[in-house]
Design a protein around this ligand. Structure first.
Ligand SMILES: Cc1ncc(COP(=O)(O)O)c(C=O)c1O
Length: 288
């Protein structure tokens, strides 16, 4: 679709990338770290300063603690985090529940690993999960549920009731959660992103995937991270070590420096809200 859009000069909504640049300060920081010789392999789990800044961000936004040594790993983008989390858990014939329409990497990755995709079809107009129907998809072989809030492509978000239902259906099971939170800041009108990190009953069974490409508008850099309790992160790193080993060094240092200034992520909700409001004003009188 992107190739076709380029050929025809169409507005391309088929991939999640912005039409504005990353902060000049962040680009300058990458240059500075490259020039100062930060050009060799980073540690397998990621540059520690960056993992520390991520821990601070999660604490500030969700009042939740992750240990930078054992519970945070830098990945080559959100997609690699998703693949690695699935590969570290899914065995042949394990069932994974996904909510469709879904980001296009989930189903092929599950199938590649020999797992079975159990889709729940989200319905218009609000594209929310119907938990009594979701419950019917759960069997003794259900290994994982993949969540994506805010949701690509519909924009729906999990609310308090969804969280209550999730806690209830996973209680006394060993079902794990893969929570794709790459759009955590695309949340509007004063609502709060309900990260799995906020709820101890869900946090203990969750891999949370995030993307710096989405966070700081540089999808081509392909850097992200994964959060998980140490027991899950140990398994994640066994795959990560041989899938990518380690991620781009100078950009990790630059992101760590950039995140030292909290306002660079705390102000993202307002930044996106302004764009969203502008867009909704423009399409107000169209059939969309
Ligand atoms: C829901 C969702 N998850 C993950 C990703 C991948 O993020 P990254 O570019 O960091 O791999 C995307 C990209 O469009 C996405 O839409």
């Amino acid at each position: 679709m992107s190739q076709l859009a380029n050929e025809h000069g169409a507005i391309n909504l088929s991939q999640g990338f912005p039409d504005y640049e990353s902060a000049p300060e962040l680009i300058e920081l990458v240059n500075r770290h490259m020039k100062s010789g930060k050009n060799q392999y980073a540690p397998m789990a990621g540059v520690i300063a960056l993992r520390e800044r991520i821990a601070e961000k999660v604490k500030a936004l969700h009042n939740s603690e992750y240990n930078p040594d054992t519970e945070i790993t830098i990945t080559a983008g959100g997609t690699q985090g998703i693949f690695t989390a699935l590969a570290s858990i899914i065995q042949p014939n394990d069932e994974v529940i996904i909510f469709e329409p879904a980001y296009d990497s989930y189903a092929p990755t599950i199938k590649l690993l020999g797992g079975l995709v159990k889709p729940f079809e989200l319905q218009p107009p609000d594209y929310r999960a119907n938990w009594s129907m979701v419950k019917k998809l759960i069997t003794s072989r259900t290994r994982m549920i993949i969540l994506n809030s805010p949701h690509n492509p519909t924009g729906s978000i999990l609310d308090e009731n969804d969280i209550k239902e999730l806690i209830s259906i996973t209680k006394r099971t060993d079902i794990l959660i893969l929570s794709d939170e790459v759009y955590e800041h695309l949340i509007y009108d004063g609502r709060t992103h309900l990260s799995m990190a906020r709820f101890p009953e869900l946090k203990e069974r969750s891999f949370i995937v995030a993307s710096f490409g989405k966070l700081f508008h540089n999808t081509g850099w392909k850097i992200g991270y994964c959060l998980a309790p140490a027991i899950l992160m140990t398994e994640f790193r066994k795959v990560h070590q041989f899938l990518v080993f380690s991620v781009n060094t100078p950009m990790q240092h630059a992101l760590a420096d950039f995140m030292a200034n909290e306002s660079n992520y705390m102000e993202l909700a307002g930044f996106f809200q302004e764009k969203r409001d502008f867009f909704t004003t423009l399409i107000k009188n169209t059939r969309f």
